[in-house]
Write a protein that binds this ligand. Structure first.
Ligand code: FE2
Ligand code: FE2
Length: 163
């Protein structure tokens, strides 16, 4: 699969998780939120290491990459806030709806702005390679989530800002 198909599939999955959280049908919202947090983190970090890193190589696109990283941070902060708050609190639904709106806007921006830039910059083979790098980076982040006591180290080739 090329990077675009993989990201689209991930985006679809993230939106489903958000919808599920808003309409939990008896499922444990704390667990659903933890699940969403892990999925967002793995997707976002892999994007930063692999996709935005490639975007930065396109002339004049560094600022866009910075802005998208900031959006990841804002989304992570909102998820943290929901974690601290818990589903019992009155403002939970309202905050969750704001989070959903922001995630939707971010994903739409990636698909409508970033995809065309990268589609121009990458040939078919590059797009496949980037897809493989993305999946391996996402797996690395997920593994670090499951084994949090292990010393964290950046995936090979990742920028040094890994933390
Ligand atoms: Fe993103
Ligand atoms: Fe994304």
């Amino acid at each position: 699969m090329n990077i675009f198909d993989i990201l689209r599939t991930d985006h679809h999955d993230l939106l489903l998780k958000l919808e599920n959280l808003l309409e939990p049908n008896g499922e444990d919202q704390n667990r659903l939120l933890r699940d969403l947090q892990t999925a967002l983190l793995a997707h976002g970090k892999a994007e930063e290491y692999v996709v935005y890193d490639r975007l930065r190589q396109v002339p004049h696109r560094g600022e866009l990459a910075d802005q998208l990283c900031d959006e990841h941070q804002q989304i992570d902060d909102q998820v943290d806030e929901l974690m601290r708050m818990g589903p019992e609190r009155e403002e939970w639904d309202e905050k969750l709806t704001v989070l959903k709106t922001e995630v939707e806007a971010h994903l739409a921006e990636e698909e409508s702005v970033v995809f065309p830039i990268l589609e121009d910059a990458l040939n078919e083979r590059d797009a496949e390679d980037l897809g493989r790098d993305f999946m391996s980076s996402r797996d690395d982040v997920l593994q670090q989530q499951h084994f949090p006591l292990e010393k964290r180290k950046a995936p090979e080739g990742a920028p040094s800002k890994f933390s």
